[in-house]
Ligand binder design. Structure first.
Ligand code: FES
Ligand SMILES: [Fe+2]
Length: 441
């Protein structure tokens, strides 16, 4: 799809090196340009290959305003199609996932399609004799996304005919998928086939900016963290034992601000960002030891150490994903409007790892990322408050001044002097401005 040529004039003066204008979060016109220039030009996460294991398995998702289907075809290949019947335009399916059997069948007039989008059959085909309708005409077929590719099982699609291939585009963000998969003794992960879907009443960029915002956890989530830390202490006092690891997922939010200072954030090409820091997920309980033994068997001692001490906390694949690889969590961002964003919250199993290791991931998913936990609720409340404030007449700018001018640039990667730096926000807006002017391809 073509980018919007008037982007340059519209965004002029809205993005400085240290601040951005509030209309970047509130304007319907700018939102539409983001869809055209960013979401229709970059690679967007479609789903994981394990969601569509069998022929006919499909899952639906959005690229910008386009309803899309990721489906496994007859030949085992996967396809990404627009979720639109070429007859009268009905969406082929409104299920989030399922199996279509041998063909997609439109429930309006029963046109049938193969999983590559070509027409399989049409009822009463004689009606088309001597018309200009042709089964093989691309106009008669379900339209496919111009480009589809996968990296370590994570499938992306692009609506742009041209542009960097997936691996080039992912650049430094590949590390998140490598880290997630390498933690499996088989080198692969498998999706848990359901996700939380949350509609946030705020702009999509507010969510991404929050993900690597190391200043907020001990403030926003301090109360929830303190409650968990109190329970940890009670368990220790009553039993003499440390509380189970999952309490730590919450009590970690009491980590004082100065400790976050020691982490580092990095900006990679195409707007991707990383928070680097060791998450310390190596207790010495029997389950962990069993898991580490399996890893050593698969990779050897040295490589296992390397994998389990990988220095990644959180990665943003701009503009569509937030990935926490050490705990196999992934959140997909689907913008619905300037003040409305759908997030899909997924988690994965490490193939070949014992069940208790999966349970860790599930506990993190439920305790931290679920919409019913106080952690996520606190964040959602902040996002809504930001959106409300940005729509007010109370000021024009959003501040990203923290440690501005102190970032290091080396070989296309920008690194911060502290984990508390607002480098990720500045970095994403640098990519944003470039995309909006027609660049980044
Ligand atoms: S709209 Fe799909 S068959 Fe008519
Ligand atoms: Fe948070």
């Amino acid at each position: 799809m073509d980018g919007n040529a008037s982007g340059k004039t519209l965004i002029e003066g809205l993005v400085d090196t240290d601040r951005v204008h509030k209309s970047c979060y509130t304007s319907e016109e700018i939102f539409q340009q983001e869809i055209d220039n960013i979401f229709y030009k970059s690679w967007i996460y479609a789903g994981h290959e394990s969601q569509i294991k069998n022929k006919g398995d499909f899952t639906t998702f959005q690229i910008g305003r386009q309803p899309m289907i990721l489906v496994r075809g007859d030949d085992g290949a996967f396809h990404v199609l627009f979720n639109r019947c070429p007859h009268r335009g009905a969406m082929l399916t409104n299920w989030h996932m399922g199996n279509a059997g041998h063909h997609f069948i439109c429930s309006y007039h029963a046109w049938q399609f193969n999983f590559d989008g070509s027409v399989h059959a049409i009822p009463s085909p004689k009606g088309y004799d001597e018309t200009r309708f042709e089964k093989s005409d691309p106009e008669s077929c379900m339209k496919a996304a111009p480009r589809v590719a996968s990296y370590r099982g994570f499938v992306f699609a692009s609506l742009a005919e041209d542009g960097p291939d997936l691996e080039t585009w992912l650049s430094g963000a590949k590390a998140s998928f490598d880290d997630m998969c390498d933690r499996s003794p088989e080198g692969e992960v498998e999706v848990v086939r359901t996700c939380f879907r949350v509609v946030q009443k705020s702009n999509w960029k507010i969510f991404l900016e929050n993900q690597l915002d190391a200043l907020h956890p001990s403030i926003t989530h301090g109360a929830a963290g303190k409650a968990a830390a109190d329970v940890e202490e009670e368990i220790k006092a009553e039993t003499g034992e440390d509380a189970p690891l999952h309490y730590h997922y919450l009590s970690a939010f009491t980590t004082p601000i100065y400790k976050w200072d020691g982490l580092e954030t990095a900006g990679h090409p195409f707007g991707h960002c990383m928070l680097q820091g060791y998450m310390g997920l190596r207790p010495t309980d029997p389950d962990t030891l069993e898991y580490e033994a399996l890893m050593e068997k698969a990779y050897g001692k040295e490589r296992t150490e390397e994998i389990l001490t990988t220095n990644i906390h959180h990665v943003l694949v701009y503009p569509c994903l937030s990935v926490q690889s050490p705990l196999q969590q992934l959140r997909a961002v689907r913008p619905l409007g300037p003040d409305k964003t759908l997030t899909e919250i997924w988690h994965f199993r490490l193939k070949g790892a014992p069940d208790p290791i999966y349970e860790r991931s599930l506990q993190y998913y439920n305790l931290v990322n679920s919409p019913s936990t106080m952690i996520n609720a606190d964040d959602l409340y902040n996002f809504w408050r930001c959106q409300q404030g940005l729509e007010s007449e109370g000021g024009d700018w959003v501040s990203f001044h923290r440690n501005e001018g102190q970032d290091h640039h080396d070989d296309g990667v920008t690194t911060s002097v502290t984990g508390l730096s607002e480098l990720p926000m500045r970095h994403m807006f640098t990519a944003w401005a470039d995309y909006m002017k027609g660049g980044q391809s």
